[in-house]
Design a protein around this ligand. Structure first.
Ligand code: ADP
Ligand code: MG
Length: 397
């Protein structure tokens, strides 16, 4: 089998092929997988993601030495992606923040333009870039946050500003919320920007604090790509978000994070659907600390049991699982060496995550694949993850 070319190298090669000169910098931005704490970020709650060794890379170079006269286009950012034949081009200065949606870029250029819009006040220099990525799109591994953060770091680095990781994450989130129109929380961006080798990250989405949690040495985190994909910006995500906000108002708390237990009179103040949503969020926040504690003391059995409980909760109470995700969790949890598994990401389709004994990865894989295809009628792709550092920029040569 041919050895795959790493995304970093593909980005550099593509840059040379497209622009006919060498790039000066390389930005790398990892995917993330969330171990537990799903749909809690927009409830001001807790989550436990880790940055993984699937990355999106941009090779780039300042373009203010290139003539713009006679080209019909002024100073701009230009980015090509191996995933899309249409380049993302953002004229400088970028559009105003209140530009109505019909006048904004379409497709993946929205993410690039959205970041540039957020950075307009701090100054932008023109640059050219080539993007290559090993993060599947729309699979729940947060290719969108990886893209936003890579573009944001490229822009700020070339302009000579040094935002903190939290500032970068918030800026990327604003681009996704206000420009792309996806009402996502801050989990994805904080996880991608803050990755630490050998650790998961306990994130408190209210305090915006990140606490590293060491992963036991013999434990493998396995991402299961079920091969199913959800719609780009699902209305169900916005529905859950609105349901949670309504339930918090009905219970008189600023956010569902503020509840440690269901109030005694919850059943009379909430309809049955809202009651299930609230029950899930309360239990899910508690599971984050329980999983973090179990991992820190090397107790993979307990962590795995909690992941399975989390899957039941998100399937039955929060109702954002899907048939392939359920099949993947059932097939994984019945395979040798597996401590537990759950769906991960926004839901409905995409990826599940399993905690597996590193010494038993062979038998796990051998049993998992036929069990999954028998249940789901399709093949899954397994990725045994390494943990990596967050979004970074390096000078080339
Ligand atoms: P997820 O973040 O779970 O992967 P999203 O729907 O939030 O899914 O983001 C996916 C979108 O991000 C894609 O449809 C595309 O617009 C953009 N994107 C991500 N990675 C790339 C890439 N390598 N090239 C072009 N666009 C990308
Ligand atoms: Mg996304």
């Amino acid at each position: 089998m041919p050895v795959p070319v790493p995304a970093a190298l593909r980005a550099v090669r593509e840059f040379v092929a497209v622009y006919g000169r060498e790039p000066t910098h390389l930005v790398r931005s990892p995917a993330r997988v969330n171990l537990i704490g799903e749909h809690t970020d927009y409830n001001d709650g807790l989550c436990l993601p880790l940055a993984i060794d699937r990355e999106l890379c941009i090779a780039l170079r300042r373009a203010d030495d290139l003539p713009t006269a006679g080209t019909g286009i002024g100073a701009h950012l230009r980015l090509v992606s191996e995933q899309d034949p249409t380049p993302a081009v953002v004229g400088l200065p970028p559009p105003a923040v209140d530009t109505p949606p019909p006048a904004r870029a379409t497709g993946w250029a929205r993410y690039v333009e959205g970041v540039a819009v957020q950075l307009a006040a701090t100054g932008l220099v023109p640059w050219q870039g080539a993007l290559a990525s090993d993060i599947p799109l729309g699979a729940g591994l947060s290719s969108s946050a990886a893209l936003e953060l890579a573009v944001a770091l490229a822009c700020t680095h070339l302009a000579g500003s040094v935002p903190t990781p939290t500032e970068l994450a918030r800026l990327a989130q604003r681009a996704e919320n206000a420009w792309v129109g996806a009402a996502t929380g801050l989990l994805d961006q904080l996880a991608c920007v803050g990755g630490i080798v050998g650790h998961a990250l306990r994130i408190d989405c209210r305090a915006l604090s990140v606490t590293p949690v060491p992963l036991p040495a013999g434990l493998a985190v396995v991402v299961i790509d079920t091969g199913s994909r959800r719609q780009l910006v699902t209305s169900a995500y916005a529905d859950r978000r609105a349901e949670c906000a309504r339930a918090a108002r009905a219970l008189g708390v600023p956010a569902l994070r503020d509840l440690d237990a269901l109030p005694a009179d919850a059943a009379s103040r909430l309809d049955p659907v809202a009651l299930r949503r609230v029950r899930f969020v309360i239990a899910e926040n508690a599971r984050v600390d329980a999983v973090a504690g179990a991992l820190a003391r090397g107790d993979a059995e307990t962590a795995g049991r909690l992941l399975l409980a989390g899957h039941r909760g998100i399937r039955d109470d929060f109702e954002v699982s899907g048939p392939e995700l359920d099949a993947a969790v059932a097939a994984a949890s019945g395979a040798p060496g597996c401590f537990g598994a759950r769906m991960t990401g926004g839901g409905f389709a995409g990826c599940a995550v399993a905690l597996v004994d590193r010494d038993r990865l062979g038998p796990f894989t051998a049993v998992f694949h036929p069990a999954y295809s028998a249940r789901a009628g399709r093949e899954a792709v397994l990725h045994v993850c390494s943990t990596v550092a967050g979004t970074s920029v390096t000078a080339l040569r």
